[in-house]
Write a protein that binds this ligand. Structure first.
Ligand SMILES: *Cc1c(COP(=O)(O)O)cnc(C)c1O
Length: 442
């Protein structure tokens, strides 16, 4: 291609070698480590291309056809495509693709459906709720009146009777379901019934699993929810950002709650990248991907159970699992550190009714979105489970432990080398070696 259109790594490497080095080092980290952070994924290079395009320069406050700036004809087309693709993919009446993040989408949903001081019933943070579900340090806990539901101590699944009892007792304006760590599918029909019983709105925060909905690997909340909020960068594999789906009657309120209430100008390069990701998510290949994400999560979870890490709720129906480490007499913080030393990225996580502080935690959370995007399948999941089992037992303070962590690290390098998430050259025109020579020696 001889017309300039956007990302040019040469230009970055010449203009700013320090930042070019960061970009390359991060690419190497993403390639050379196992990425098991449940909220992360690898976008396609097409999504990255839209993100790195000159649409980043455009101011476009407002909505297509109703902008506060001129020159929006081209970016309008991108937003209309994103909205149309979201509506088609999820069967939603209306979509707003402008929220900058999942948090921004939730802020707009609160603004559209509730008033400060209103009671909001949502999952408690230590049981899997998000900060925006009533955490004290967040707007949702400061400006609203949160009431929390939990999972049961025995099954560790949502106690729908408790949700109903709390709803009847507290009469919330809005009920939220959707979680950062709940590994099971959620019974949206029962949440809808409870919301109807008390005249509450039902907000489904599908931040984590909307990609599985797109790939038809889990049930859709769209027929049951008044509003569905989500991110576009988790299982969905799109750019970092948020999105809102809703019924036609709420469309205007949602749009006004995004702009002008809680945001100014949308990021049109990100909106275009969302359109690209939504197009990809509508393909049979993406359905196969979503099914494999769940199959891989099941295989990884079963393998970890065999290594003595107990899966919360006994397993998973989604892309993620939370593992209880207490049988190994190990906290989540230490397990995370040992895995990191072995080039395995995962995060410590509270288990239900955890007695440890969140910064220590009794568990870890894993997800299979990224490794599945790399092309790994069940055999690799069994291998990863064995590597994690070895890594968490590897006490770096002992010579044997340090050696075990080094060995696992080498096995990770060998495994990830066979499944590169991105082409080994950054750009087809990139002369071999440019990506490397731009790196300053450490
Ligand atoms: C990730 C997540 C969010 C927030 O997304 P950000 O883009 O990080 O703001 C909101 N709700 C839930 C349940 C999440 O998992």
């Amino acid at each position: 291609m001889d017309t300039f259109w956007g990302p040019d790594f040469h230009a970055l490497a010449c203009a700013d070698p320090e930042i070019a080095d960061v970009v390359l080092a991060e690419l190497e980290r993403q390639r050379g480590h196992l990425q098991l952070i449940a909220s992360e994924n690898f976008t396609s290079t097409a999504v990255l291309a839209a993100l790195g395009s000159t649409l980043a320069n455009k101011y476009a406050e407002g909505y297509p056809g109703r902008r506060y700036y001129g020159g929006c004809a081209e970016v309008d087309r991108a937003e209309l495509l994103a909205v149309e693709r979201a509506r088609d993919l999820f069967g939603a009446d209306h979509a707003n693709v402008q929220p900058h993040s999942g948090t921004a989408a939730n802020l707009a949903a609160y603004a559209a459906l509730a008033e400060p001081g209103d009671v909001v019933l949502a999952m408690e943070l230590p049981h899997g709720g998000h900060l925006t579900h009533g955490s004290r340090g967040n707007f949702s806990g400061k400006w609203f009146h949160p009431v929390g539901y939990r999972v049961t101590p025995n099954t560790e699944e949502i106690d729908y009777d408790e949700v109903r009892d709390l709803a009847l007792a507290h009469r919330p304006k809005m009920i939220i379901c959707g979680s950062t760590s709940y590994p099971r599918t959620i019974d949206f029909a029962t949440f809808r019934d409870i919301a109807d019983e008390v005249g509450a709105y039902l907000l489904v925060d599908a931040a984590h699993f909307i990609g599985l909905v797109a790939g038809r690997a889990v049930p859709s909340p769209v027929p049951y929810a008044d509003v569905v909020t989500c991110t576009t960068h988790k299982v969905l594999r799109g750019p970092r950002g948020g999105m809102i789906l809703c019924r036609a009657e709420l469309a205007e309120r949602i749009d006004r709650a995004v702009f002008p209430f809680s945001q100014g100008s949308p990021m049109m390069h990100t909106v275009a990248a969302k359109a690209v990701a939504l197009n990809e998510a509508a393909t049979p290949a993406f359905r196969a991907y979503a099914r494999q994400v769940v199959g891989n999560a099941r295989a990884l979870t079963a393998g970890l159970a065999a290594e003595g890490l107990r899966p919360v709720t006994g397993g998973t129906d989604t892309h993620l699992a939370v593992l209880d480490l207490r049988a190994l007499e190990l906290c989540g913080r230490e397990a995370e550190a040992r895995c990191a030393q072995a080039r395995i990225a995962l995060n410590k996580h509270a288990i239900p009714y955890d007695t440890e502080k969140p910064a220590v935690a009794s568990g870890v959370r894993v997800g299979t979105s990224s490794v599945t995007a790399q092309g790994m399948r069940e055999p690799e999941m069994r291998q990863i489970a064995r590597m994690i089992g070895t890594a968490v037992r590897g006490d770096p303070g002992s010579a044997a432990g340090a050696r075990a962590l080094r060995d696992v690290g080498e096995e990770v390098t060998a495994l990830t080398g066979g499944f590169p998430p991105y082409p080994l050259r950054l750009h087809p025109d990139d002369p071999a070696g440019v990506t490397r020579s731009a790196r300053s020696p450490h």
